[in-house]
Write a protein that binds this ligand. Structure first.
Ligand code: NAD
Length: 498
């Protein structure tokens, strides 16, 4: 009998201790071969749930169901308003169950409950936003120059069966980021959640039928990346693969997708710069820079992990960011006072710790005091600010995906020189600029090579704004209207009238 945290609701603990199968073709089914995923509470380092492990053969079953739902049946014939109603119903169900969904997210990721709740609410709103798009995906009439009389137009048609692979940092909202454009465009999906955090997507799947999603349209198959994930990426009857995760896995996905040249979109990692000019409003910039890296224990693709600060204000600024980090209380996500949760696993903690140690061995130093780690077996790493780094160090080059920021001084006010230093990375996902100088803000943001730039804020999460990366941070965009281009094919139709 697992002992859950004292403040976990009865509904969430009943869910965690229940049986979890695969969701294929509208039914909960056993996997073809016996196998189990052991889900942990990372704040305690103990098992909280067991989930059936789907493998390649289960992915094959799910793809058959998704193909059938795409080609035939109610989904194929459904009008955009019907799809929108389903999305709105699903959004309402998520809102109604927000507390339980957030508790489940906290239990499987370790993040503070308030952040999990925010993430759940934003997932519901994302469905509402894309519900509005379902009826707005028309093509356009095109005047032709060819001889004769023509009526020519374009149509936007669903790309087909989509494989979707997501990471563990935001299990529920990542799942909704993926399924919302599927529902809006009339595609069908096989979603594979991360092996560490399958529960959020499974709880979401339990709402599909009540929301009116027809069988086979959305299938959820938890499993390991190298087996279930790899099969989904390589599957010859999958038309598109949408992936969020590490750049390394992104490369495997691209290789696997070559067989049938399926469409590929990738949301990968980052090493995003936070740039503080000397005229910045420090009251906002200090907590802004601290949250940019310490939110979700740094396990955010857009985390501001390189902190560029003008030499005039460098010492005080980085000392203040370190103080902010040390003050954020580490603890179990269900303890109300916790601001920083654990990392997702012992493996991730070991990886982050070894990257910090390597940085220190190469000459980096820790700014200020780091907070003591909570007692127990949780996978905590304290917020760290590192100084005395140089561009060749791995802590500067590689994504750490933990609460570690490298502070780098600059003396130059030349915008091109600042942009060059910020762009010195293989990634290009996000950036933030802190200044009150309008001209510097615009000129710098134009020169930063990344998909998202925020001024006097970091990594804006609004659904209306497209999100994605330059360079090795990915292919394509999610959110906004842009993602819909990746879930539709454009067909040109030309009718000779004379
Ligand atoms: P990961 O690449 O190891 O795993 C992500 C997902 O891919 C998991 O579901 C995993 O099972 C699956 N996977 C692993 N190997 C696979 C394979 N060969 N074929 C198919 N699927 C496979 O990443 P992670 O360490 O779990 O997540 C952290 C990474 O995700 C970070 O690099 C982070 O920056 C990135 N991330 C990016 C975004 C974004 O939107 N750009 C968002 C969140 C996380």
């Amino acid at each position: 009998m697992v002992e859950y945290h004292a403040s976990l609701s009865a509904e969430a603990s009943a869910f965690l201790s229940g049986e979890h199968r695969l969701y294929i073709d509208g039914c909960w089914v056993e996997p073809m071969k016996e196998g189990v995923l052991h889900v942990q509470d990372p704040a305690k380092g103990s098992e909280i749930s067991r989930v059936a492990e789907g493998r390649a053969a289960d992915i094959d079953r799910a793809v058959i169901a998704a193909r059938r739902a795409f080609e035939n049946g109610p989904w194929h014939a459904m009008k955009p308003s019907g799809r929108a109603s389903i999305m709105l119903a699903l959004a309402d169900l998520i809102d109604r169950q927000a507390q339980v969904l957030a508790e489940i997210e906290t239990m499987e990721t370790g993040k503070p409950l308030a952040f999990a709740l925010g993430s759940v609410r934003s997932a519901a709103n994302m469905l509402r936003y894309y519900a509005g798009w379902a009826s707005n995906l028309g093509g356009r009439e095109v005047p032709l120059s060819s001889a004769g009389e023509w009526h020519a137009y374009t149509r936007r048609e669903p790309v087909g069966v989509v494989g979707q692979v997501i990471p563990w940092n935001f299990p529920l909202s990542m799942a909704v980021w993926k399924i919302a454009p599927v529902l809006a465009t009339g595609c069908t999906s096989v979603l594979k959640p991360a092996e560490q955090t399958p529960l959020g997507a499974l709880r979401l799947a339990a709402l599909f039928e009540e929301a009116g999603v027809p069988a086979g349209v959305l299938n959820v198959v938890p499993g390991y990346g190298g087996d279930a994930g790899a099969r989904l990426a390589a599957h010859p009857d999958v038309d598109k693969i949408a992936f969020t995760g590490s750049a390394e896995t992104g490369r495997s996905i691209v290789q696997a997708a070559l067989g049938n040249l399926k469409r590929v979109t990738l949301e990968l990692g980052g090493k995003s710069p936070v740039i503080v000019l000397p005229d910045a409003d420090m009251e906002r910039a200090v907590p802004g820079a601290a949250n940019a890296i310490f939110f979700n224990s740094g396990q955010v693709c857009a985390a501001g992990s390189r902190l560029f600060v003008h030499r005039k204000v460098f010492d005080n600024f980085v000392a203040d960011v370190a103080v902010q980090g040390a003050k954020m209380k580490m603890g179990h996500g269900l303890d109300e006072s916790s601001r920083v949760g654990p990392l997702i696993s012992a493996r991730q903690r070991a990886r982050v710790q070894s990257m910090i140690e390597q940085g220190l061995a190469e000459g980096a130093t820790i700014v200020g005091e780091t907070a003591p780690i909570p007692d127990g077996k949780g996978y905590f790493v304290a917020p760290h600010v590192l100084a005395d780094t140089n561009p060749d160090m791995s802590v500067i080059r590689d994504e750490i995906f933990g609460p570690v920021v490298c502070a780098i001084p600059f003396g130059d006010e030349d915008i091109d020189a600042i942009a060059k230093a910020a762009n010195h990375t293989s990634y290009g996902l996000a950036a933030s600029i802190w200044t009150q100088n309008l001209s510097a803000a615009h000129r710098l943001s134009n020169r930063i090579r990344s998909g998202n730039v925020a001024v006097n804020s970091h990594a804006i999460a609004d659904v209306e704004l497209p999100f994605g990366g330059y360079k090795e941070s990915g292919w394509g965009r999610e959110r906004g209207s842009e993602v819909l281009n990746h879930y539709t094919e454009t067909k040109s139709v030309a009718i000779r009238l004379d």
